[in-house]
Design a protein around this ligand. Structure first.
Ligand SMILES: [Zn+2]
Length: 320
């Protein structure tokens, strides 16, 4: 087989495996009733990783299953597709479009973030005590995590973020402390620390890498966006549970999303910025609705997650 048909068969098999994983995920969510956002994020992560693992294994390794247990024979579908040029063109266009979305919406912002000019960070005794108190809430709840380094930064926007991968630093802007009430700042800091508790930037980088390998796969685009939204909701949920104030966190999220509304540049740039802004607003209002209207749901125990992984892995295995 030439390089192009080989690439096409990998892309189709990967996309089909992901589609099955997505349907499996939706099925589990329908059957199980409400699940905690962190468990939904974990299940979505499985649905993102396993199709790639199975596709690579089937592509490089020995035949995965005996012919008797093959549920879908992808090579036959691919051979049929090869004989229909119009359909084939459509499939290539879908993959190319998905790669373009990935490059524009996910790779470009990452490069920009690396190029961002140096921000001076200072240490603040008061902020240290503040963070110690929030970390104390985590420890009281029996949740173990290492205390991050904390720095105060000077920016024009209210910012709270975890910076760095191996040695993460919690950055809080002076503007945030000035524009939020003490209670609001508390829940925002608790939210950022929740990111660290759930694996921080290292976890997201690993998930992003798996997503990057599947840049042409439209289903992995959906799953990756779901995971980032669900991680935000999981951190909201934990922060609100620990600080005991869902309404205050909802207010704080609203306040932080209202900044950064200036749209400028060429027509194309403005259209793109407006589109991204609208998507951001939509996801923020969904986050707030979830926070205000759902109570804390229990997370799935890890052995159930393992069972789910085995079930999904087995299901993908019989699609060759
Ligand atoms: Zn967050």
């Amino acid at each position: 087989m030439g390089y192009l048909p080989l690439l096409l068969s990998f892309l189709i098999s990967n996309a089909f495996h992901s589609l099955v994983a997505l349907l499996w995920l939706k099925g589990i969510q329908k059957l199980s009733g409400p699940i905690a956002p962190i468990s939904r994020a974990n299940l979505s992560t499985l649905a993102l990783i396993l199709p790639l693992a199975v596709s690579i294994e089937q592509f490089l390794g020995p035949p995965a299953s005996s012919n008797d247990f093959v549920l879908v024979r992808l090579p036959l579908w691919i051979r049929t597709l090869m004989d229909k040029p119009a359909l084939l063109l459509g499939v290539w266009a879908l993959f190319a479009g998905t790669v373009a979305v990935f490059l524009i919406q996910e790779v470009r912002p990452l490069f920009r973030a690396f190029k961002r000019k140096h921000i001076s960070a200072i240490q603040s005794q008061q902020l240290e005590q503040w963070v110690d108190r929030i970390i104390g809430l985590y420890h009281q709840a029996g949740l173990k995590l290492q205390r991050p380094k904390v720095c105060l930064i000077e920016t024009n926007d209210p910012v709270a973020m975890i910076f760095g991968i191996v040695r993460p630093v919690l950055l809080i802007s002076r503007k945030l402390l000035e524009s939020c009430s003490r209670q609001e700042a508390d829940v925002i800091i608790a939210h950022e620390i929740a990111h660290l508790y759930f694996g921080g930037n290292l976890r997201m980088l690993c998930i992003w890498a798996v997503r990057a390998i599947q840049a042409a796969n439209p289903i992995s685009l959906i799953l990756f966006r779901d995971i980032t939204d669900l991680m935000e909701m999981a951190c909201d949920d934990l922060a609100a549970t620990l600080t005991g104030d869902r309404k205050v966190l909802a207010q704080a999220i609203q306040k932080m999303s209202e900044t950064n509304t200036a749209v400028s540049g060429t027509l194309l740039k403005r259209a793109r910025q407006e589109l991204l802004q609208r998507a951001e607003e939509e996801s923020t209002s969904y986050r707030i609705r979830v926070l205000e209207h759902t109570s804390h749901e229990g997370a799935l125990p890890s052995h159930i997650l393992w069972l789910c992984a085995v079930a999904l892995g087995g299901m993908l295995w019989v699609i060759v």
